[in-house]
Design a protein around this ligand. Structure first.
Ligand code: SF4
Length: 295
């Protein structure tokens, strides 16, 4: 038995079993990332797709993802690799050392090599994305170090739900992040997503001091779509400070996205486009760079 200290769940994991996220297991009384280097998706994507609007616009980035997630968003766009029954079954097979043909092992060295090979296509580096990368932060750290040593960039697309000690371990190698700030009430974070708003806010507060950060909020009808909540959230973002205590929050880009019924959340329509545009207007009262997505 060992305790995982990566996220707020602090799973106590029995020998040979998986933690809640399906990506970490207890082996020989130690917690290890069993999804290390196990890639479920790899693609050369435009950087705007991460989404990052103000970090090397027009460039491409080699994007990779593994499997597993520590949250349980019922509207997950990538449920097939994050937390569906099939994902968890595949995670159990991998933990038992069975081979899985759909998951390819790519070592940090191989991924850094691939990133450099795609330079002529406009590639600037590697993005860790698709599933939650921080539940397998060791792979992010080991790969990002090599990518950076090769003069290329690293991007992290994360739910920001990890301990600061994990953030500090990878931060020296990460150049830009898109972090989900999924809403601004504890109730929504806790009951709908199975997450921790406080941990996410602490993570963002620290990340902006050393890294280019953009934020994303998916607007779910009836959950996080009030103007009051958007005002409260953008007030908080606008007040964020850099390492010298200078207020820089108004410069942080915010992506406001439209929801479509998906996965387990099929009980409501897509977000009204007018609502997304109105909330973007509200956000612009405090922030300089607000983008709408999926509209
Ligand atoms: S990262 Fe995974 S195993 Fe570790 S505490 Fe979080 S959910 Fe549990």
């Amino acid at each position: 038995m060992a305790r995982c200290e990566v996220c707020f769940r602090h799973c106590d994991i029995k020998e040979g079993s998986l933690g809640f996220c399906g990506a970490r297991a207890c082996r020989d009384d130690k917690v290890a990332a069993v999804n290390y280097g196990r890639i479920t998706g790899i693609a050369l994507d435009p950087i705007e797709k991460k989404p990052l609007a103000r970090f090397y616009p027009g460039s491409m980035i080699l994007s990779v993802g593994s499997y597993g997630c520590n949250l349980r968003c019922p509207f997950c766009q990538n449920y097939d690799i994050s937390w569906s029954d099939e994902t968890m079954a595949a995670a159990r097979r991998i933990n038992e050392d069975a081979s899985d043909r759909e998951i390819r092992y790519i070592s940090p060295e191989e991924l850094a090599f691939l990133a450099a090979r795609y330079k002529p296509e406009g590639n600037i580096g590697v993005a860790f994305t698709y599933n939650e990368p921080l539940i397998g932060y060791e792979y992010v750290r080991d790969t990002a170090r090599l990518v950076k040593a090769g003069g290329m960039k690293n991007v992290l697309v994360s739910n920001g739900t990890a301990e600061l000690s994990i953030l500090l371990e990878i931060l020296p190698f990460i150049d830009a992040m898109n972090i989900d700030l999924k809403g601004f009430t504890d109730d929504y974070y806790c009951k709908v997503l199975g997450g921790s708003r406080k941990m996410t806010m602490d993570f963002i507060e620290r990340a902006v001091k050393d890294c280019h950060v953009e934020l994303t909020t998916l607007i779910i009808p009836g959950e996080n779509d009030s103007e009051e909540e958007m005002r409260e959230m953008t007030d908080w973002i606008a007040g964020l400070k850099d390492d010298n205590g200078r207020t820089i929050g108004a410069e942080i880009p915010l992506h406001i996205s439209r929801f479509f019924p998906r996965f387990k959340m099929l009980d409501r329509d897509a977000t009204d486009i007018r609502k997304v545009y109105r909330l973007a207007e509200v956000a612009r009262e405090k922030l300089k760079y607000v983008y709408t997505g999926n509209c």
